[in-house]
Design a protein. Structure first.
Length: 134
């Protein structure tokens, strides 16, 4: 994605553009994808960037707070940042560590429980964990 394109997305999501944020966004928003913070840092390093680890983590947190990216927790220590924020579900392969999309309309719920009193549904997201067949 072009720099002006990223800047206009930042405007839309109320994110102040800094050189570091633009660098992180350029990696993550390049295409629909799921990347961990470490994978993003890796790509930044390969591209010659000197953005610190802490800055990358803070930037990703900010992006997800503003709704620019979606966090997908696959287990308590593994988190991916999803550049596609429309409602959809995921397969997670525990052997390969790969996260892939499932179209929203492919999962249907027949019997969701009543919501706790005084709450409204924000989202329902399914993570189907798979492993390679032996
Ligand atoms: Zn996804």
């Amino acid at each position: 994605m072009s720099l002006p394109g990223i800047r206009s997305i930042f405007d839309k999501f109320g994110i102040l553009a800094t050189p570091q944020r633009l660098e992180v966004a350029a990696v993550l928003l390049e295409k629909p994808q799921h990347l961990s913070a470490d994978q993003i840092i890796d790509r930044l390093r390969k591209g010659g960037s000197a953005v610190s680890k802490a800055t990358v983590y803070n930037t990703l947190k900010l992006f997800s707070e503003h709704g620019l990216v979606k966090e997908v927790m696959v287990d308590p220590i593994r988190k991916f940042y999803d550049s596609a924020t429309h409602p959809h579900h995921h397969f997670y392969n525990v052997d390969t560590g790969e996260l892939s999309d499932i179209a929203h309309e492919l999962v249907r719920f027949e019997n969701l429980p009543d919501l706790p009193q005084g709450t409204e549904r924000q989202s329902v997201e399914v993570l189907i964990k798979v492993r390679d067949q032996v």
